[in-house]
Design a protein around this ligand. Structure first.
Ligand code: PHB
Length: 556
């Protein structure tokens, strides 16, 4: 494989560009294309960077929480999704149109997506997928070549001579589509057919992709126009040859797709265009990078951390940012912010229109697609492992299933007296700390019927079997924020649990530490284990909230 270039082919690097930022981005791109994980030695080979540079870049990215280092392996971490979230939030499409896309998927009972153009390709910014045996494997952030997709064909109706020239060059230099790692490479289909399809799309105003992208897949796409008459995005419905023909897809769905696109256009028109944004002033980001520099010395590349911070300055209110606004939002000097913006613009992650800067969809190429299919179990795993290592007892994460708790992630220790439970195990919720932490968070209307149906059997000498006792215990859990259960499930077993909350504050899971009752007194458990447990829950929640901002994060 050719080394991942730190620069755009054929474009001269501006003298102000920040080299460490370019290198850090090259590392993130390579990890993304490798679906999220690589050995350090492979990163060194693929990027052409010196090993010492790869080490410092990955250490810096680990410090920002964007990757995890596990021995010699680097893995993208959910916090990195804050970069793509900044783009998605600033582009406002998922926020304004996502609900309608989801309703349409429900109505048509097929997957529906929104895509935007990125060079000669398209990127998905929203997906409403139906759970089917043959379901869509494209993810938010994936880049697909224009010529093999319905949305790309529509975007190409707006291409000028320059875009066609770039497209022909790309086809000549990468005939098998290796630049699109989310698709299997394919021998070159004829180019002139694409140009014919683009002509037809211009005349029709819609496009059907009949298995261009892959055998069996059908897609029908229509444009969603913006204020100025350009394409804000393309709306597609995706089906399969087992359910439709290309022609049937158009006959069944085109009128409803056109109606939905018109409704989306009205929604975009009704939303006042965001004016220049008064980005909130915050020196926190810059002072954080400075503190990391003092602590880690030359191993920490401050200009890389600062440059990525600039991306997170965009977002919330959807507006373009001036250089001054970026400097104010990040706490960086104007000179540092300017050089970071110049670098990001050079690499295609930022566009500038006069003084206004905006993020481009290419920001999603920084890890979004591989991370967007994460699960709560995967998010929790490294944090449970770190917790178990710190306190030398096993740690677990569980969810409520009816009136049971089910273990979905677990880190055991090597103690001889290990508590022997595996992922998938279920216990009655009322007799476990994991269960009580979850029951205590249920609205009264759900808890009552659940306890009505649960049989409170004595499982060990101390099991609470009276409804009133249990309810009083749950109130304490709710007031104190933790559940401690002592020899109620099994003789000699003590455990303590806290809830893990989603973005709305609902307890979606709980984590606990289980130990032999002789290993710590109850006071020691509260003094030593509880703070560690709370910190771990906070770490899991922070990643969960970032990952769940624009994607669904299933439990496992
Ligand atoms: C396409 O093949 O054109 C296509 C695939 C997936 C989508 C939309 C369009 O979500």
């Amino acid at each position: 494989m050719a080394p991942t270039s730190t620069s755009q082919p054929g474009v001269e690097t501006p003298p102000e560009a920040v080299t460490p930022l370019m290198r850090g981005i090259a590392v993130l791109r390579r990890l993304t294309d490798a679906d999220g994980s690589l050995a350090l030695s492979d990163l060194e080979r693929d990027t052409g960077l010196a090993r010492s540079t790869v080490d410092r870049v990955t250490l810096t990215l680990a410090r920002t929480g964007y990757v995890r280092l596990d021995g010699k392996v680097v893995t993208l971490a959910p916090r990195l999704m804050e970069l793509g979230n900044a783009y998605l939030s600033s582009a406002r499409l998922p926020g304004l149109l996502g609900g309608r896309v989801d309703d349409l998927a429900e109505e048509l009972d097929e997957s529906v997506s929104l895509a935007v153009p990125d060079g000669g390709g398209v990127r998905f910014v929203h997906q409403a997928t139906r759970r089917r045996a043959m379901s869509l494997r494209f993810r938010i952030g994936d880049l697909l070549p224009a010529e093999r997709t319905a949305p790309g064909t529509l975007f190409a109706t707006r291409w000028g001579a320059e875009e066609w020239r770039t497209w022909r060059e790309r086809r000549a230099s990468d005939p098998d589509g290796e630049g699109f790692p989310s698709l299997p490479p394919r021998p070159r289909p004829a180019d002139d057919l694409f140009e014919e399809r683009v002509e037809a799309a211009r005349a029709d105003g819609w496009v059907v992709d009949d298995q261009l992208i892959e055998p069996g897949l059908l897609a029908l796409a229509v444009p969603v126009r913006d204020h100025a008459g350009g394409f804000a995005c393309v709306l597609s419905v995706v089906s399969h040859t087992s359910r439709h023909t290309g022609r049937g897809l158009r006959e069944d769905f085109l009128p409803r797709m056109l109606d939905a696109a018109s409704a989306m256009e009205r929604r975009l028109r009704d939303e006042p265009p965001a004016g220049p944004s008064p980005a909130p002033a915050s020196g926190a980001l810059a002072s954080w990078t400075a503190a990391s520099k003092r602590e880690l010395g030359r191993e920490f590349i401050e200009s890389l951390a600062r440059g990525l911070t600039v991306i997170t300055a965009f977002g919330e209110n959807g507006a373009a940012l001036t250089l001054s606004a970026v400097a104010r939002a990040t706490g960086l000097s104007r000179a540092s912010a300017r050089r970071a913006l110049i670098t990001l613009e050079h690499l295609g992650y930022v566009t500038a229109d006069g003084r206004d800067h905006r993020l481009t969809p290419r920001v999603l190429a920084l890890g979004y697609a591989p991370l967007s299919r994460t699960t709560l179990a995967r998010i929790a795993d490294p944090h449970l492992a770190a917790l178990a290592a710190r306190i030398q007892d096993s740690a677990s994460l569980a969810v409520l299933v009816d009136d049971s708790v089910q273990y979905v992630a677990r880190a055991a220790t090597h103690r001889i007296m290990n508590v022997d439970i595996t992922v998938g195990t279920r216990f009655p919720a009322y007799a476990t700390s994991l269960g009580r932490a979850l029951l205590a968070g249920l609205p009264a209307g759900e808890l009552g019927p659940l306890l009505d149906n649960a049989e409170l059997r004595p499982l060990a000498p101390h099991t609470l079997t009276h409804r009133t006792e249990l309810e009083a215990a749950l109130e304490r859990v709710s007031a104190e924020g933790y559940a401690l259960v002592d020899e109620e499930l099994e003789v000699g077993l003590r455990s303590i649990a806290v809830p893990v909350r989603d973005r709305e504050g609902a307890a979606v899971a709980s984590i606990n530490v289980a130990m032999h009752s002789s290993s710590r007194t109850i006071d020691e458990c509260l003094e030593q284990v509880l703070p560690e447990l709370r910190r771990t829950a906070g770490d899991i929640e922070s990643e969960l909230h970032t990952a769940a901002r624009f994607t669904e994060v299933p439990v496992m």
